[in-house]
Structure formats: C-alpha cells, structure tokens
Design a binder for this molecule. Structure first.
Ligand code: HEM
Ligand code: HEM
Length: 187
C-alpha cells in the first residue's frame, strides 16, 4: 500500500509559527535578562505584534486549517475530545485538534495583552517608557506594569504546556506533530 502525504499547514503559517516562537523567546529573554536599555525588547515586541496581526488576518482569509472557524469547536466536541485523550492512539486531526485550537487562541490572546500592557506601561525608570504610556493615566501605567510582569509568567507557563502537549502526543499517542509544522505535510 502506498502512503499518501497530506498537506496540513501552508507555508505562511509555518513561517509565522517559527518566527513567532523566535520573537517570543527573544522578547521574554530580553525582558527578563536583557540590558537595562530595553530598545531591543521593544523591537522584538513589535515583531511579535506584526506576526500576531498577520495571524489574525490569516485566521479569516487563510486556507482551511488556518481558519479560526475550522478549529474553534463547541463545548460538546471539545469535551468528547478530552475524554478520548488518554487513549493511546494518534488523533489524526486534519489541523488543530479541538482542545489545541482553544489553547492557541489563549496563546494569541495572552500575547495581545502582553503587547498592549507593554505599550502603555511606565516603570518610572526614565529609560524604558512604553511608547503610548503618556496617553493613559499614571494608575493605568502602574497597572500595566504589574500585568506585563504577571502575563509574562503566564506566557511562560503556556509555552511550557505547549511543549509538554507536543511531547505527550509524541511519546504517549505516538503522533509526530512537529514534522508537519516544518514540512507542512503529514504522512
Ligand atoms: C515561544 C515559543 C512558541 C510559541 C509562542 C508557539 C506558538 C504556537 C502557536 C500560536 C501555534 C498555532 C499555530 C497557528 O495555527 O497559528 C503553534 C502550533 C504548534 N507549535 Fe508552537 N510555539 C512555540 C514553540 C514551539 C516549539 C519549540 C515547537 C516544537 C518543538 C512547537 C511546535 C508546534 C507544533 C507541532 C504546532 C502544531 C500543533 C498542532 O498540530 O495542532 N512550538 N505554536
Ligand atoms: C510578546 C511580547 C512581549 C513579551 C513576551 C514581553 C515580556 C517581558 C518580560 C518577561 C519583562 C520583565 C518583566 C518583569 O519581570 O518585571 C518585560 C518588561 C518590559 N517590557 Fe515587555 N514583553 C513583550 C512586549 C513588550 C512591548 C511591545 C513593549 C513596549 C513597546 C514592552 C515593554 C516593556 C518594558 C518597558 C519592560 C520593563 C518593565 C520594568 O521595568 O519592570 N514589552 N517584558
């Protein structure tokens, strides 16, 4: 029997994914451990913003597997999928599975909030003021500063979960999700 390759991720989505991973890791490391002057952190943050902007558009006009409407499923479908999770077999989802779809939306939402709070925060260090900090009140500057920190921790947790899920699929369900995100194809 010949094995058939099936295209599941289009090239734009794959470039988006790996560029996003690089920009988010850079933003996180520069934010936490970077130089006192955070210009580089700002630029990597803007790169994340551009990528997310693209993804939001692609979620409506991109190919089927990229569309929000195709992978954001109702509670019944999600619950049925969760019940099937422990089974030791591949999910064979033609795109994101019903649970993964929502986790991706959570990741995109968190990144949007991270960018939004970064733009308006003011740490009062006279160096790294968010470019839109002056358009909101001091209370908002301070609130955004606290949130930017908390969301940074939440983002780290979500990325760890993302990688743990991929390992769970690889070793428990014996399903390789990473190769399709590189080549676009699933066997
Ligand atoms: C900070 C790092 C990362 C972020 C923010 C991130 C974010 C995302 C997002 C937003 C998606 C959804 C793709 C879309 O439809 O637009 C996704 C999917 C995916 N990511 Fe990542 N990712 C990161 C790191 C990684 C790494 C290091 C790997 C590989 C080891 C990886 C493997 C995958 C795979 C395999 C999928 C597809 C999952 C599926 O089949 O449903 N990601 N990631
Ligand atoms: C996805 C994108 C981003 C990520 C992952 C991120 C992450 C972080 C992290 C982890 C910190 C250290 C926070 C702490 O521990 O207190 C930080 C600080 C900071 N970020 Fe971001 N950030 C992003 C985008 C932005 C953007 C777009 C801006 C503004 C244009 C920005 C402005 C700042 C500033 C000014 C600080 C310093 C705050 C302080 O002094 O405590 N960030 N960021």
């Amino acid at each position: 029997m010949t094995k058939r390759n099936e295209q599941i991720w289009d090239p734009a989505l794959r470039i988006f994914h790996w560029a996003l991973a690089a920009a988010v890791v850079a933003s996180w490391l520069l934010g936490q451990f970077g130089p006192l002057d955070m210009t580089l952190h700002f630029w990597s943050g803007y790169a994340v913003a551009v990528l997310i902007g693209f993804r939001l558009v692609w979620g409506f006009v991109g190919p089927r597997t990229a569309r929000f409407a195709s992978f954001l499923r109702g509670p019944g479908v999600v619950l049925a999928y969760v019940r099937s999770l422990p089974a030791r077999k591949a999910s064979h989802a033609r795109g994101h599975n019903p649970l993964g779809g929502w986790s991706i939306l959570a990741m995109l939402g968190l990144l949007i909030a991270q960018i939004g709070t970064g733009l308006i925060l003011d740490p009062e260090d006279y160096i790294n003021v968010g470019p839109l900090a002056e358009s909101v009140s001091t209370e908002w500057n301070r609130w955004a500063l606290g949130m930017h920190h908390k969301l940074g921790v939440a983002l780290l947790a979500l990325v760890v979960l993302h990688l743990a899920a991929i390992l769970f699929y690889r070793f428990w369900k014996r399903e390789d999700l990473v190769t399709p995100m590189i080549t676009g194809q699933r066997r």
